[in-house]
Design a protein around this ligand. Structure first.
Ligand code: FES
Length: 648
């Protein structure tokens, strides 16, 4: 028998196979993940592939339509009953008849959501931890007194090649009725825990063919919780929802929530209950929106900063409130979703990404997984700005991480007219270099304040305050127009030139908006931003020193703050080091993307666990150089470090 060359795309895996091998078998042998629920019976339709025709010089292969077997009876029956899109074949039925280039289609919707200009197209290749396996089980036989469960296991091993199968105890009472209801044909959900070696576990069971299973990917932020419902069989995002984190009523920022736990005997329990209830509500919401039953959700992945991580798991976060910031658990957490009282399938699993350090959580690990500094050579800086900035810097050969105590100024707190990013908040500011007159834009409107129709555009909300990105811009613009010096001092002599400069005791303020409410930028506001940005930059600089680099190749801003901030202004103030502006990008939902990657591909779980293990953690509080960098970073943009790209 002649062997034929088969190349699978997009993975690029290739191998030689005897004529007549099914394409599904070839994929299996090469470790290319092609879904299959029915075990090759041509009934589930999950194993679809496409033949790419033509000569592929780069791969030295010519692929033709007649190099795959013609549609057989079983496949024709499926196509007639359920319809197959043009060009699609069932890989369990189609056999190899010549050299082939096979495309394993990835769901277009998944891809559309992760396509970004800078990063190019990125696919989440699927290899989920939960797999559906349909089997036909031998009927009971008095001569072979083997239990129903044991015959089910034997059938699964025979047809699906499982070496060792465990079973969840809650299924013991269900095996007999389900086998009978399905007339000895059932679908088992199998969970693979890579730490358990070859062992796989039956976690759910349905009579007959079950052809859909879902998972949720959830990012628990201190302010908002975001959830995606994803089909484990196609990778498609079926529904998404978000909500405020109800723990806000116990404390706005992370440290006040830790204090709440310390001061109140039931504080931890109350906060754990609150977050789990909200997660449960979101599960109901995405399930309703996706038109699915909660019991069809079999896997879940959660990410969050260390304090959110601990509170969700029911762990007291007090140790994270002070040095040495000890995590109760830093590695990935694997549990049953019911352990966290989540209302999914009773056998559903839960996976939480590892935490990097006491202040750098599973959310930062998820952003790292999504942006992949460890998969490339560029020196990439990842910054997630919150009350604590989480910073990761590195590339394929080495990664370092730290957190910087930026405080809440970037979120609009501690600023006299500051507020959270919400409709009515000033987010963009320009100051005329000559007259020092400002114009601004608020969230919820596309008009500038000096454009006709602005008042109608902001409507009844009006102008309410200034948010984090607005503060960055106004202070950068004040610096660029000479209102503040390099040291951040508002120049009082300008009061003669402009009515916008107001004397306030011994210092001066800048009047951004006269009217109700009156919005001024005070000397204290400038100081608060200087302190926050100096802390952020000092942390980054410390990591650059550890890496022995003077510049970075790319910067990724994660989190909500990052998606609104204009990188030019961030650089004008020296929040971030000098970098090509087109290499600075906001990746607002990167933590969610990382969670989805871990949900859809168990190799990504291993990848991030290994990566986190080798990230070197730098504790800024223990580094004497941090203080030095901090002092230099108080200046705008910096006392010592040059920003050559800004000059251009
Ligand atoms: Fe089910 Fe091919 S594996 S149709």
């Amino acid at each position: 028998i002649t062997d034929h060359l088969v190349l699978f795309m997009p993975s690029g895996k290739r191998g030689r196979f005897p004529k007549g091998t099914t394409v599904l078998d070839a994929a299996r042998q090469l470790g290319v993940y092609v879904e299959s629920v029915c075990g090759g019976r041509a009934t589930c339709g999950r194993c679809q592939i496409e033949v790419q025709e033509g000569h592929f010089a780069k791969h030295k292969i010519s692929s033709r339509a007649d190099h795959i077997s013609p549609v057989g009876a079983k496949e024709a029956r499926y196509a007639e009953k359920r319809s197959l899109p043009a060009g699609r074949r069932l890989s369990c039925s189609a056999t190899i008849q010549g050299d082939l280039v096979i495309d394993v289609p990835q769901d277009a919707v998944v891809n559309a959501q992760v396509v970004r200009k800078d990063a190019g197209e990125r696919l989440i290749e699927r290899y989920p931890a939960v797999q559906l396996c349909y089997v036909e089980v031998d009927e009971p036989d008095m001569h072979k007194p083997l239990g129903d469960l044991d015959r089910l296991k034997a059938a699964l091993s025979r047809e699906w090649g499982f070496a060792h199968l465990e079973v969840d105890t809650h299924l013991l009472a269900l095996v007999q009725p389900i086998l009978r209801e399905g007339r000895w044909a059932v679908t088992a959900a199998i969970h693979h825990d890579d730490d358990a070696g070859d062992a796989a576990r039956i976690i759910a069971l349905w009579p007959g063919l079950k052809n859909e299973a879902y998972g949720i990917a959830c990012d628990i932020g201190s302010t908002t919780i975001a959830m995606h419902l994803v089909s484990l069989l196609s990778g498609r995002v079926v529904a998404s929802a978000g909500a405020s984190n109800p723990q806000i009523r116990f404390g706005e920022d992370l440290m006040s929530r830790v204090s709440y736990v310390m001061m109140n005997p039931d504080g931890r329990q109350a906060m754990t209950r609150a977050v789990r209830q909200e997660v449960t509500r979101l599960i109901d919401k995405v399930a309703a929106e996706g038109g699915i039953d909660r019991a069809d959700i079999l896997d879940s992945v959660f990410v969050g900063n260390p304090i959110m991580h601990h509170l969700f798991l029911g762990i007291d976060p007090t140790e994270l409130g002070g040095a040495p910031f000890a995590l109760a658990v830093s590695g990935a957490v694997k549990a049953r979703a019911s352990d966290m009282r989540l209302n999914l399938n009773p056998g559903a699993r839960l996976y939480m990404l590892p935490c990097i350090a006491g202040h750098v959580g599973a959310d930062a690990a998820a952003v790292t997984l999504s942006e992949g500094p460890h998969r490339q050579d560029e020196m990439m800086l990842i910054v997630d700005v919150g009350t604590n900035a989480e910073i990761v810097l590195g590339n394929r050969s080495r990664l370092v991480a730290a957190s910087s105590p930026t405080g809440p100024a970037f979120e609009g707190a501690e600023i006299s007219c500051g507020q959270r990013a919400a409709p009515g908040a000033i987010e963009r500011v320009r100051i005329d270099r000559e007259t020092l007159e400002p114009r601004f834009r608020v969230i919820g409107s596309t008009l500038w304040s000096d454009e006709p129709g602005f008042a109608e555009a902001v409507g009844t909300t009006g102008v309410t305050g200034i948010c984090g990105s607005g503060i960055i811009e106004v202070i950068a613009e004040m610096y660029l127009s000479g209102i503040i010096s390099e040291d951040g001092v508002i120049d009082g002599t300008l009061a003669q030139k402009s009515p916008r400069i107001l004397a306030e005791g011994r210092t001066y303020s800048y009047l951004l908006r006269d009217g109700e409410p009156r919005i001024t930028i005070t000397q204290n506001d400038v100081r608060a931003i200087q302190l926050a940005k100096a802390a952020l930059y000092a942390g980054i600089r410390l990591l650059m020193e550890k890496q022995g680099v003077e510049t970075v190749d790319a910067i990724r801003f994660a989190g909500a703050f990052g998606s609104f901030i204009d990188p030019t202004y961030a650089m004008v103030l020296g929040l971030i080091p000098d970098c090509e502006l087109e290499k600075v990008s906001a990746v607002g939902n990167a933590a969610g993307t990382g969670a989805r990657m871990a949900l859809l591909n168990r190799n990504h779980r291993r990848e991030i666990e290994e990566t986190v293990r080798r990230i070197e953690k730098v504790e800024t509080a223990l580094e004497p150089r941090f203080q030095e960098h901090f002092v230099h970073a108080m200046a705008l943009p910096n006392k010592l470090d040059p920003f050559p790209r800004l000059a251009r």
